[in-house]
Design a protein around this ligand. Structure first.
Ligand SMILES: *Cc1c(COP(=O)(O)O)cnc(C)c1O
Length: 477
């Protein structure tokens, strides 16, 4: 008789129940049932789910789990709902979801090869695939390196550590020189300034590059600013560019900035957490022209490559640059027989890491390059059509032509009016969108992650905004 505390039968029964319930949830969401977002007080939810008692007493059985899951799903945000257009988080492909289940059972926590040989093989293949899309693979004669991390924020930190190792090889032992600076557009994701602060430079070391009113680098002025920093003798650790910027979805021109970096042997880091996926599309990859000048790149698969959270790639053009990021020895996990590129731990912040590569490996195994390109292009096309619908509607204004699947727009009125609209939409729950401050104004911001968000959904959103706006002006009168 087994002395285990739970039986394999329970794994099968709970798993079958969960997959059934999740299938129903996705199906209902796709049909537009329920609301994509239902914001309620967190204490009420802790009570409703009876969590305090459950955690103390234990004893949940299959029937209890079934009831719990129903309640849990009823309060969950649904990315599968066509009204979901909020954050840059993928509507996961079923193959990614299944990968999470497989990984959760195996728990092949990676950092050393022996803890997950097949998971490591998936990560290696996925990294080679990414390097190939960038043009940094062995086939291109470049021989780049890469690693998967838990998200773009950690990936940006990793890339900047690699930049630091190149600019200041003594920094790992002696700390970052106090005069070090990082040049970046102010529209950079906040994880860049966090990384700079975490590395001990202080956010004052982050110096803004000149941008236009939409927050894009001004190519010539940015190149001149780089030249000026060099001539003034500044200790430039890295130059950053966005591909694309989080708020607007607009790509920086990498060519001029990249040439200035090459001329002075400065590290160019391209934050392509969101927009790197355009590389899969022969039609859209021109947005990243000039990428060949970059030294490092961050590319999230859990945004536009349909994987569940998290799965982010950090890539460097030269293989040695990535291992230089972490110059450290830990004898209990690293031994002299370690094989570079097989044991990934020397390339990552994490010690134990989830087998992130399996998700993208499985999704790509279903879609192939062509299917993935189609997915990306579908979302970009939807965004252009949404722009057309919004721009044609009196009382609405669009910020700019979209280059990705992100679009900012406003309803006639001031910033406070648009903020109130976003709050009212959140409370209503039929449409989930975000907001952004660009060009001195507050904008409503949609990110079309869901291929089910068609023009009818956009029209319904605009109708709802008009109704909410009429309601609030009636309330004020
Ligand atoms: C989303 C995003 C990030 C952060 O990535 P996470 O995976 O959410 O940590 C960084 N940079 C840019 C440009 C992004 O769009």
């Amino acid at each position: 008789m087994s002395t285990h505390e739970w039986s394999v039968d329970e794994l099968r029964r709970w798993g079958t129940t969960a997959l059934q319930a999740l299938g129903d949830f996705v199906e209902g969401s796709r049909r537009g049932e329920g609301r994509p977002v239902k914001l309620r007080d967190i204490e009420v939810l802790v009570d409703e789910l009876d969590l305090t008692r459950r955690l103390r007493e234990g004893g949940l059985d299959h029937a209890g789990f079934t009831a719990f899951l129903d309640r849990f799903l009823a309060g969950a945000t649904s990315l599968h709902h066509p009204g979901y257009m909020c954050h840059q988080v993928a509507v996961p492909h079923f193959a990614a979801s299944i990968a999470d289940l497989v990984s959760g059972v195996l728990n092949n926590g990676m950092s050393v090869y022996e803890m997950g040989p097949t998971a490591s093989a998936c990560e290696r293949a996925v990294i080679q695939w990414m390097l190939g899309k960038v043009g940094w693979d062995d086939a291109a004669g470049s021989g780049g390196a890469g690693v998967l991390t838990h998200g773009g924020s950690l990936a940006n930190l990793t890339a900047l550590l690699a930049a630091r190792a190149r600019a200041f090889p003594q920094a790992w032992e002696q700390g970052t020189p106090p005069e070090a600076v990082v040049l970046a557009p102010p529209a950079s994701h906040y994880s860049i300034s966090r990384a700079v602060a975490i590395m001990g430079l202080g956010t004052a070391a982050l110096q803004p590059l000149p941008v236009d009113r939409l927050g894009r680098l001004r190519p010539d002025e940015a190149a001149q600013a780089i030249e000026r920093a060099v001539h003034e003798g500044r200790a430039v650790m890295a130059v950053c560019a966005n591909a694309c910027a989080t708020a607007t979805g607009l790509y920086d021109d990498l060519t001029a900035v990249g040439a200035a970096c090459r001329a002075h042997d400065l590290w160019l880091h391209v934050d392509a957490a969101h927009g790197g996926s355009a590389l899969v599309s022969p039609r859209e990859r021109h947005h990243l022209a000039g990428l060949e000048h970059a030294d490092s790149l961050v590319w999230d698969a859990h945004k536009l490559l349909q994987t569940s959270t998290l799965c982010a790639g950090v890539l460097t053009r030269r293989r040695g640059d990535l291992s230089a990021a972490f110059r450290q020895q830990a004898s209990y996990v690293m031994d002299e027989n370690q094989r570079i590129g097989v044991d990934v731990m020397e390339h990552q912040v994490e010690c134990t890491k989830a087998p992130l590569g399996l998700k993208l490996a499985l999704v790509l195994s279903v879609t192939g390059d062509a299917g993935m390109a189609r997915h990306l292009e579908t979302l970009v096309d939807l965004t252009r059509r949404a722009q057309g619908r919004i721009a044609a509607r009196p009382g609405f204004e669009v910020l700019c032509d979209p280059e990705s699947n992100i679009l900012c727009f406003r309803h006639a009125g001031d910033d406070a009016h648009n903020s109130q609209l976003r709050q009212a939409l959140l409370a209503d729950g039929r449409f989930h969108l975000s907001q952004a401050d660009v060009d001195g104004h507050r904008w409503l911001r949609i990110t079309l992650m869901n291929p089910g968000t068609d023009e009818a959904v956009i029209d319904a959103l605009l109708d709802t905004i008009e109704t909410l706006a009429a309601g609030s002006s009636a309330a004020e009168a």
